[in-house]
Design a protein around this ligand. Structure first.
Ligand SMILES: Nc1nc2c(ncn2[C@@H]2O[C@H](COP(=O)(O)OP(=O)(O)OP(=O)(O)O)[C@@H](O)[C@H]2O)c(=O)[nH]1
Ligand SMILES: [Mg+2]
Ligand SMILES: [Zn+2]
Length: 322
């Protein structure tokens, strides 16, 4: 009799899965045909058959079709690596301390959020270290809310930290996550793993089995891992320095920057305006940058242009979806 289970951890050949019926985490191997790269990832739902007499390892028989795939684009290798699947929400974590806040990286994750069709929440973490001379949280949060992104102000280190600047803090985040599978994404060191420990009430330690022990640095997460926090499911992922979007076509990029797409229509030569200083009749060039809303629009244009440059490095015809 096969049982449904979800992949919690995966290495090349060995997997930890949680049975749907008993919630027990069991070790498993997989049929050889399923061991190819990206065939089984954290978050996948699978069907497993029980271990043979005297054995311990279950066997993964089938992988159930994914609702979505969270992947990393590896431009040098010209491929995409799937890191997790079946995700309901992306938690984009940024730090108010070190590493320094980067708006450009947020816009990259928001582009991915649209591309994957997975909503993003923005988590301002390490708010116990916030210094208003580094960045203006009011402006950033307003800008994000204007892009329809929910923002949360937390400290993963100080559990009872109460939000000072934003409406939503840790308890609102916990409520919002109910019955969802969420993946943490963001620069290395922003506190993704620490946040997961807080959100799971320390449960993360209970689950760190053999596979969890292998690591490079002291805390650095080296691969995705799924954590069952009773009310919701969390996936921790390794931090990255920069996030490549070079797999997107120009059309994909405009889809992911639908705001830019709409404003562009206001340029005199809308379809081929490059929105730079020399473009007469350009909507963006005529904006009064002293106005707060215009600053938001121009900051989006800035992100868009940077990514467009990256996207233009590879001709669109060479790009294919996952
Ligand atoms: N002061 C303060 N320190 C924090 C907070 N959250 C995390 N840290 C510290 O920041 C460091 C990095 O935290 P991690 O959770 O390992 O960061 P990460 O994002 O998982 O990093 P990678 O796994 O490398 O991607 C640790 O020393 C944490 O204790 C916070 O809210 N406030
Ligand atoms: Mg980590
Ligand atoms: Zn223009």
């Amino acid at each position: 009799m096969n049982t449904r289970a979800r992949i919690f951890r995966s290495s090349k050949r060995h997997f930890d899965c949680q049975r749907e019926d008993t919630k027990e985490v069991v070790p498993a191997t997989a049929l050889a045909t399923l061991l190819k790269e990206d065939h089984i990832v954290v978050g996948d739902w699978v069907e497993i058959s029980p271990p043979p007499q005297g054995g311990e390892e279950w066997k993964i028989e089938t992988v159930i079709d994914r609702k979505n795939s969270i992947f990393r684009n590896l431009p040098r290798e010209q491929r995409k690596k799937v890191i997790a699947s079946n995700v309901d929400v992306m938690l984009v974590v940024v730090s108010a301390g070190k590493p320094a806040f980067k708006r450009g990286l947020i816009d990259r994750y928001l582009a991915r959020s649209d591309y994957w069709n997975v909503p993003a929440y923005l988590i301002f973490n390490k708010m116990d270290l916030y210094d208003s001379s580094e960045f203006d949280i009011h402006f950033e949060a307003e800008r994000l809310q204007w892009l329809n992104v929910k923002c949360f102000e937390v400290s993963a280190e100080i559990k009872d930290y109460a939000p000072k600047f934003l409406k939503n803090g840790f308890s609102e985040l916990t409520n919002e996550l109910r019955n969802k599978t969420a993946i943490t994404l963001g620069h290395s060191g922003v506190g993704k793993s620490r946040l997961i420990t807080s959100l799971s009430n320390g449960k993360v330690e209970l689950l760190s089995g053999e596979l969890g022990k292998v690591g490079k640095g002291a805390h650095t997460t080296t691969w995705a891992e799924l954590i069952d926090a009773d009310n919701f499911t969390l996936i921790d992922s390794p931090g990255i320095r920069s996030m490549s979007l070079s797999d997107l076509t120009k059309e994909d990029l405009l889809y992911c920057f639908s705001d830019i797409n709409e404003w562009s229509a206001k340029c005199k030569f809308s379809s081929n305006c490059s929105h730079d200083e020399n473009s007469k009749g350009c909507f963006f060039q005529n904006l009064d940058s002293n106005k707060r809303e215009n600053q938001m629009i121009l900051s989006r244009l800035d992100s868009y242009k940077r990514i467009l440059e990256e996207v233009s490095d590879i001709p669109d015809w060479q790009k294919k979806p996952l």
